[in-house]
Ligand binder design. Structure first.
Ligand code: SF4
Length: 405
């Protein structure tokens, strides 16, 4: 279909306001020419609905196309959800789902007190394996005729279809329906996403390798099949750099030293105590010689203990991260132990290449009871373009939109 034959406003649900028509045109051009488009327009002109309707116009002859809309915040996701609900008024077959991390929607999270998200993921996997999580096994079954393969229960198919047919699958709708049926809300969202034409998720879903592979593997498509829409794209570069940056503060290290027995027990790895002491020593030695400077560049070997067993670390990192075919939110580094594992993993990567910048940073704060300071060991990638460009170019098409590009 050439752009000349596309009915550009066929899916636009309102009377177009000033500039909205140009935004629709840009989306149509980018998606139908399979290229990367950049939309910079002031806040409030209605970019989201313009680009979504342009997307559906460009892909009108390809109902199996997939759009992954990436947002930075919960409120941005809500805007997508409400505009997609309006577009469903024009095409009731339009299926759309928002994905949220497993750890944030698990109804029995409180029963699995653990030091880390890694611990939560392990506990969740254990509950599934031992048959203790009814929320999971109400949804799935082991098929004896297929050698124990896990399949979706017949009645669950109907629930998924009903959710998708009756509106955009938001976190709230998924949680409410999961509670009624006794299902795991995360698994509900995952199954709905597999059947959705539009999936809404955080930037990390496509810009973190492991998460991207898991998501695309689960849906059963390749990157070159996917259209991408990045909201508030001026945040993308810093987000990607931040997401790849590993940090460990003096407070984290203090907590880890005080709880080192617990940490060894939870991870099952004895050298981890030595690694904590190694990083603490690095921090103390360099703090002593920094005087009043706020930052000092370190050698990569200052943060990468040579005695670490790479195989152990990979297993540990893997346990807290999404496995293949199980897309998850990338931002699981919520506790000092999560941050330690992420830090050691990144330090290993940094020790093998020159594309990283290792520093110690000191931030002074003034509080009512006097000055205090926070020190942080930091490992950052040197540039974000090398991380984002291959994804944007490797997709079928992409539109980056922003109010301040
Ligand atoms: S399968 Fe779902 S409900 Fe069960 S423990 Fe894991 S996240 Fe929680």
């Amino acid at each position: 279909m050439t752009t000349a034959t596309i009915d550009r406003l066929a899916y636009f649900p309102y009377t177009p306001r000033l500039h909205q028509e140009r935004a629709v045109n840009l989306a149509v051009e980018a998606f139908s020419s399979n290229t990367v488009g950049l939309l910079s327009a002031d806040c409030g002109i209605g970019k989201t609905v313009a680009v979504l309707s342009g997307y559906f116009a460009a892909r009108a002859k390809d109902p199996s196309s997939r759009l992954i809309a990436l947002t930075r915040t919960h409120s941005q996701s809500k805007v997508f959800e409400s505009e997609l609900e309006v577009l469903r008024g024009m095409d009731s077959t339009l299926a759309a789902t928002t994905m949220v991390s497993r750890v944030h929607v698990c109804p029995i999270r409180h029963e699995m007190e653990s030091l880390s998200s890694t611990g939560f993921m392990r506990a969740c996997a254990g509950m599934i394996r031992t048959g203790q999580c009814n929320h999971y096994w109400n949804l799935y079954q082991k098929s004896s005729s297929e050698g124990g393969r896990i399949t979706i229960r017949e009645e669950a198919h109907h629930v998924i279809d009903d959710l998708l047919d009756s509106g955009v699958v938001t976190r709230e709708r998924a949680e409410e329906r999961a509670e009624q049926e006794g299902y795991c809300p995360y698994e509900i969202m995952k199954l709905c996403a597999r059947k959705s034409r539009v999936i809404i998720g955080p930037y990390g879903y496509l810009f973190q390798t492991r998460v991207r592979e898991a998501l695309l593997g689960f849906i059963g498509i390749q990157l070159h099949d996917v259209d991408i829409l990045v909201d508030e794209a001026h945040n993308l570069s810093s987000h990607v750099l931040d997401a790849e940056t590993a940090k460990l503060s003096n407070e984290d290290l203090r907590w880890l030293r005080e709880n080192s027995q617990l940490v060894v027990r939870e991870t099952g790895i004895s050298w981890i105590k030595e690694a904590i002491d190694f990083l603490w020593e690095t921090m103390m030695i360099h703090l002593d010689s920094m005087r009043h400077k706020g930052e000092r560049v370190l050698d990569k070997w200052d943060v990468s203990p040579r005695f670490i067993k790479e195989g152990d670390l990979d297993l540990l990192h893997e346990a807290g991260r999404p496995g293949m075919n199980d897309p998850e939110n990338a931002s699981l580094a919520e506790t000092p132990l999560d941050r330690l594992i992420e830090f050691l993993y990144t330090a290993q990567k940094a020790s093998r290449s020159d594309g990283w910048h290792v520093t110690i940073q000191v931030q002074k704060n003034w509080q009512d009871d006097g000055p205090s300071s926070r020190s942080t060991l930091m490992i950052q990638p040197l540039n974000s373009a090398g991380l984002t460009a291959p994804i944007l170019r490797g997709a079928r098409a992409a539109v980056l939109m922003s109010g301040t590009l």
